[in-house]
Write a protein that binds this ligand. Structure first.
Ligand code: AMP
Length: 324
């Protein structure tokens, strides 16, 4: 994840929740993608470290256990830059220009004709980030699937051109891999339509009240269409027990949007309360967070060195002396 402020519910349902669940089954590596945040925010490089700490606090508060998962910072493992450079020879510029996620970003940020080399190529850096740990699975939201696809292509091309070093990894998606925001568009920091994991019950109440629902349901008695309502989607995720009743009463018109929203705000606040409490506790112990990162960096670096030795040997470049 890029360090660009506090995490929202989309980050949670699409990625973080999956990381927490799967840390018992997999050897997990999770990193702060700080070089990636420079693609759109290179002028604010000095904000990267405070944002890094803020994001790792969210991870820990939500349940990532540093005893089970390696937590590290991308820019602290310089091997990522070397692998990125080597991979960048294996990908054409038109292939990068076809990437739908990058295209969407270019459009959203009005970067047509002036996208930087680093921005266009960041999916290659992401491939290096993934393959550095010889990953088999990548738990991400659906906007990241094109990047995992590129990673698979690079792994195959590398293995075929040189010698087999990399597994061909798969994306691990959740049921909520594209959670809508309060306005119905994809929940996204840049669109200002988020509910944050750290929001207070008052923030949540205010935000949920402002959410767009079914436009055909204006008065309480009007029948609603839950399948197009963001609030209903949130109920299915955060209040599943009441979903059959909410669906029935929304469709029949007996449940109004105000009551439905108030109910959701209460459920969300209850759901987020332990995360908020844990966050407060960790915020008072930032040394511990730095310690977690330092220990994670060491573990990540050990793996990265092993991979890069295999890469250099397989390419026969970057090493002196006897080569196998
Ligand atoms: P980012 O902040 O863009 O680096 O995203 C971090 C992770 O959250 C990535 O795996 C994204 O795919 C995921 N993500 C971001 N927004 C959403 C969303 N609205 N729904 C589901 N997953 C998301």
């Amino acid at each position: 994840m890029r360090p660009s402020g506090k995490l929202h519910l989309g980050n949670y349902t699409g990625a973080l929740e999956n990381w927490i669940k799967r840390q018992n089954e997999y050897d997990s590596f999770h990193f702060v993608a700080d070089w990636h945040s420079l693609t759109t925010n290179y002028e604010a490089a000095d904000q990267v470290w405070p944002d890094t700490i803020d994001m790792v606090i969210d991870w820990l508060a939500a349940g990532i256990d540093p005893e089970k998962s390696v937590i590290f910072v991308q820019s602290h493992i310089k091997e990522h830059a070397e692998l990125h450079l080597l991979f960048s020879m294996l990908v054409t510029v038109p292939r990068l220009e076809r990437n739908p996620t990058v295209k969407e970003q270019i459009k959203e940020l009005h970067l047509e004709g002036k996208v930087s080399y680093g921005h266009l190529g960041y999916p290659i850096l992401q491939s290096a980030d993934i393959l550095m740990y010889r990953a088999h699975a990548v738990p991400v939201g659906d906007d990241q699937v094109p990047h995992v696809e590129l990673t698979r292509e690079i792994a195959r091309r590398f293995n075929h051109t040189y010698r087999k070093v990399f597994p061909v990894p798969e994306a691990l998606l959740t049921k909520y891999s594209r959670l809508p925001g309060l306005d119905g568009a994809k929940m996204s920091k840049s669109l200002g339509n988020t509910i944050l994991l750290s929001d207070t019950p008052e923030d949540i109440q205010k935000k949920v009240r402002s959410a767009i629902t079914d436009p055909a349901k204006i008065r309480m008695g009007d029948p609603g269409h839950p399948e197009i309502c963001t609030i209903f989607t949130y109920h299915t995720k955060f209040n599943p027990i009441e979903v059959p009743v909410i669906e029935r009463d929304c469709r029949s018109g007996t449940l109004g949007c105000v009551n439905c929203k108030n109910n959701l705000a209460t459920k969300l606040s209850t759901f987020l309360e332990p995360i908020r409490e844990k966050r407060k506790e960790i915020e008072n112990n930032k040394n511990m967070v730095e310690e977690v990162i330092r220990a994670g960096n060491d573990k990540a670096r050990t793996e990265a060195k092993i991979t890069m030795e295999q890469v250099r040997e397989s390419m026969k470049i970057g090493i002196l002396g006897e080569m196998s």
